[in-house]
Design a binder for this molecule. Structure first.
Ligand SMILES: O=C(O)CCC(=O)C(=O)O
Length: 258
């Protein structure tokens, strides 16, 4: 599985500019042969949470239309990061995943709201898991702060995903934690982690990029810099079975005790 991580600078509170840059980034990514393109968190609005009433995507329709069109056109799977979505009078931080035919595979509302960035005041938390199949490979997705909750990722990883996709707006001040948490999630779940962070800044935070591809042993396969760029990597999925075969941690779990 060849993945492309679109590490971008998101324009604060400017959906039109962001939809345009996402389209360009996806087109550029497809100039190489890639199977999956992964986008960062809240890429349509950034954390302009106080203006979601005018900025959020109505039921995710604009996002879905764009991602489906591009997925079909370039015959590529897209893990659509997340966007601010308005639905039934609520706002969600939502990941949309589409396959090569442009079909919606999964819609996931971020479960853990990040209080330090006021999500608990503006965003409604999701309640459902995010496990899907890309070209026959089981995968799952998480959004930013979710990676601090290993039990949430583990619960889903126990259903078989070999790749964990993460979309984030992770501030530079906690960059080391970003890397260590993701390496731990890869090691404990014996899965590839493909994690995209944004770059640039908004009125409150700086974002340091360093998007990561990590193998099931926790080794870094690819890492981004602190500038906007496309990062590509090849995942050797056979490694997942190998690692799980050598050390069967999923079989050795004692869920009856915890
Ligand atoms: O957990 C963190 O340190 C960052 C989380 C975050 O920025 C987010 O969930 O948007």
């Amino acid at each position: 599985m060849r993945v492309a991580l679109a590490q971008l600078n998101i324009q604060f509170g400017d959906p039109d500019a962001n939809y345009e840059q996402i389209e360009v980034a996806i087109q550029r990514a497809t100039e190489q042969t890639v199977d999956v393109i992964v986008l960062p968190e809240m890429w349509n609005t950034g954390y302009a949470l106080t203006r979601l009433n005018v900025l959020a995507d109505d039921d995710g329709q604009r996002t879905l239309q764009l991602l489906s069109k591009l997925a079909r056109q370039f015959h590529v799977n897209i893990v659509g990061g997340s966007v601010a979505v308005a639905r039934d009078g609520h706002y969600y931080n939502e990941m949309l995943v589409v396959d090569r035919q442009g079909q919606l595979l999964s819609r996931y509302d971020k479960v853990h709201r990040f209080g330090l960035m006021a999500e608990d005041r503006y965003i409604t938390a999701g309640e459902t898991e995010n496990v899907f199949e890309l070209d026959g490979t089981a995968a799952m997705g998480a959004i930013c702060y979710d990676i601090r909750f290993p039990e949430w990722l583990r619960k889903q990883a126990a259903r078989g995903p070999q790749v964990i996709f993460v979309s984030a707006e992770w501030p530079t001040v906690r960059q080391m934690q970003w890397r260590l948490l993701l390496q731990a999630r890869a090691i404990e779940n014996q899965a590839f982690v493909v994690a995209v962070n944004r770059v640039g800044s908004d009125p409150d935070n700086q974002f340091g990029g360093q998007s990561l591809v990590i193998d099931p042993l926790g080794q870094i396969v690819a890492i981004g810099g602190a500038h906007a760029q496309l990062i590509t990597a090849e995942l050797d999925l056979a490694q997942v079975d190998q690692v799980r075969g050598q050390m069967p941690v999923f079989e050795d779990r004692r869920p009856e005790l915890y």
